[in-house]
Design a protein around this ligand. Structure first.
Ligand SMILES: *Cc1c(COP(=O)(O)O)cnc(C)c1O
Length: 234
């Protein structure tokens, strides 16, 4: 068995364990394999081990990888964009991805909606929310997130699926859980207001169990599957 395939199995076990600790069903938690900095060969290896959804942060790198993988007959991964978005780079994202997790502003969602090709299904979006205050630069301000979510949900050609967060890193499971809790509360509040959100994109290799304990429905796992990355590209 290859290393990637063994790692995937280990991550699935971690997910199952965390789900069971939280009295949740493991199939309520999707695994997104974050393949940034790793090549098409690594994606193909994971695909052949049964992994179907892949996350990418850097647009140029992702487009080359998507093309290389698409050249393989029968290999049809679902690509998720999870990196920072410049407003002049939305078109290739709208054209090449099934999901975008890192939308912070209505303006970006509007562009993605306008640029989503008519022959493709609506683009699935998560609103990225800042759950770490001053310690984080990315994500919509927590207090503005509900209004932005309602505005995004009204756009055509996209489907608002839920919320995403990247908390300030912490080794303390109590702090890890505390960072995710308000996002889950916001998710519940939006659904109580009539939205139909089904996705809480939270949890990475180092805090997967905490995120699952707080209700994550999609965990974004890179290094635990593919190995370590150069420090500059963490
Ligand atoms: C890199 C990255 C991940 C995966 O991080 P790991 O610690 O390698 O699991 C998840 N989400 C986002 C947004 C990332 O940039």
């Amino acid at each position: 068995m290859s290393l990637i395939s063994a790692n995937l199995q280990a991550v699935h076990l971690q997910i199952a364990h965390a789900a069971s600790e939280a009295a949740r069903a493991p199939d309520g938690i999707r695994l997104l394999a974050v393949s940034k900095t790793f090549g098409a060969d690594a994606v193909l290896e994971a695909w052949h081990a049964g992994q179907t959804a892949f996350g990418e942060n850097y647009l140029q790198e992702a487009l080359a990888k998507i093309a290389a993988v698409a050249a393989q007959p029968g290999v049809t991964p679902e690509w998720h964009f999870i990196g920072p978005i410049q407003s002049n780079k939305t078109r290739p994202i709208a054209e090449n991805f099934a999901w975008v997790h890192s939308v912070e502003r209505e303006k970006i969602a509007r562009r993605l909606s306008e640029q989503r090709p008519a022959h493709l299904p609506p683009l699935n979006l998560c609103l990225q929310v800042n759950v770490s205050g001053e310690a984080s630069k990315s994500g919509a301000a927590f207090d503005e997130a509900a209004d932005i979510a309602h505005a995004i949900a009204a756009l055509p050609r996209i489907r608002l699926r839920g919320l995403m967060a990247i908390p300030a890193p912490s080794d303390d499971p109590v702090q890890q859980r505390a960072a995710y809790r308000p996002l889950h509360a916001l998710f519940e509040r939006l659904n109580a207001q009539g939205m139909a959100l089904d996705t809480l994109s939270m949890g990475m290799s180092a805090d997967l169990a905490a995120a699952i304990a707080e209700g994550a429905t999609m965990v974004r796992i890179g290094s635990a599957i593919f190995g370590g990355r150069p420090a500059a590209q963490k």
